[in-house]
Design a binder for this molecule. Structure first.
Ligand code: CUA
Length: 309
């Protein structure tokens, strides 16, 4: 799925940015046409002709010089004013409670809801029609959180917290991406914002706040055991199982997510098996190692992950 268009906006802040962009694009187009038009006119109208003497040079023309200095200055001052208006429309108000904390890592997004104690990855759920306040952090290198239809771009800088507002005027999935080069898989740092009616959002959040389900199926049970015995546990957390490492994405409700590898493949059992078998074959450079697992372990782990709704 391609990242959505900056022209199809679904929040007041994205609209303010889009309007400013369209206006500056329009002004630039007019200036471009005017300048190239005048250059073309001068090229043909004043070209050298055989037998013609050199034209008389012109030294200074105060009125023209003032005009071509003042006009661009006025345009820039006007754009500056409009930029400040757009910035006011996109910046979050000071000192309010954070709804979601998102941290950018190579190459995935850690998503936390501090009040509800929910942890997920690469998929942000928000209620429709509400300004949601995000705190953005950088986990390793600088990333840039960008969901073009819903909010402004914002850098995620290690050691420094930034904030933006996220808003969606209608339910749906809005796609975003990392907008600052951060390494090999910068292009595959996609994010999905799932905007839901309040009631639907509430039930999603309640379900996510629960610890992981305890598997009943024999194969899934075996998978749960292998998860604890193999190196999985040194990187991934699964709520309620004692696994609480935070190196890779939290897997408490991995089966409820749409994609794997921050959007590179759909979250299906087959894809998950391929991913566990060799993540590098799917996402080169990914920090998850190839654990050289046997088929039996992979099948068991997939059965377990699929149970983690
Ligand atoms: Cu993260 Cu580019």
């Amino acid at each position: 799925m391609p990242v959505s268009s900056v022209f199809d906006t679904h929040s007041p802040q994205a609209q303010a940015i889009s309007r400013l962009f369209q206006l500056s694009l329009g002004i630039s187009a007019v200036i471009f046409l005017l300048v190239t038009g005048l250059v073309l006119y001068a090229l043909f109208r004043f070209r050298a002709r055989p037998g013609q003497a050199d034209p008389a040079p012109i030294f200074g023309h105060p009125r023209l010089e003032i005009a071509w200095t003042v006009t661009p200055a006025l345009i820039l001052v006007g754009m500056f004013g409009l930029t400040i208006v757009a910035m006011r429309a996109t910046n979050p108000p000071a000192a309010k409670e954070t709804d979601i904390v998102i941290t950018g890592y190579q190459w995935w997004w850690d998503v936390r809801y501090p009040q509800a104690k929910v942890v997920t990855a690469n998929e942000v759920h928000i209620p429709v029609g509400k300004q949601v306040r995000l705190q953005l952090q950088g986990g390793d290198v600088i990333h840039d959180f960008w969901v073009p239809q819903l909010a402004r771009k914002m850098d995620m800088v290690p050691g420094h917290t930034n904030e933006i507002l996220l808003f969606a005027d209608k339910p749906g999935i809005y796609l975003g991406a990392c907008a600052e080069y951060c390494g090999t898989q910068h292009a595959w740092m996609r994010i999905q914002v799932v905007a839901q009616p309040q009631a639907e959002f509430d039930s999603w959040q309640q379900a996510q706040a629960h610890g992981a389900v305890v598997p009943v199926d024999a194969l899934a049970k075996q998978g749960a055991q292998r998860f604890q015995q193999l190196t999985c546990i040194s990187c991934h957390a699964i709520g309620g199982t004692g696994a609480n490492a935070q190196v890779g994405p939290d897997l408490t409700h991995i089966a409820s997510r749409n994609t794997l590898g921050a959007g590179i493949i759909e979250n299906t059992p087959d894809n998950l098996a391929r991913w566990i078998a060799n993540p590098h074959a799917i996402k080169q450079g990914v920090l998850m190692p190839n654990l050289q697992l046997g088929d039996a372990d992979i099948r068991a782990l997939v059965a377990y992950m699929e149970a983690l709704k």
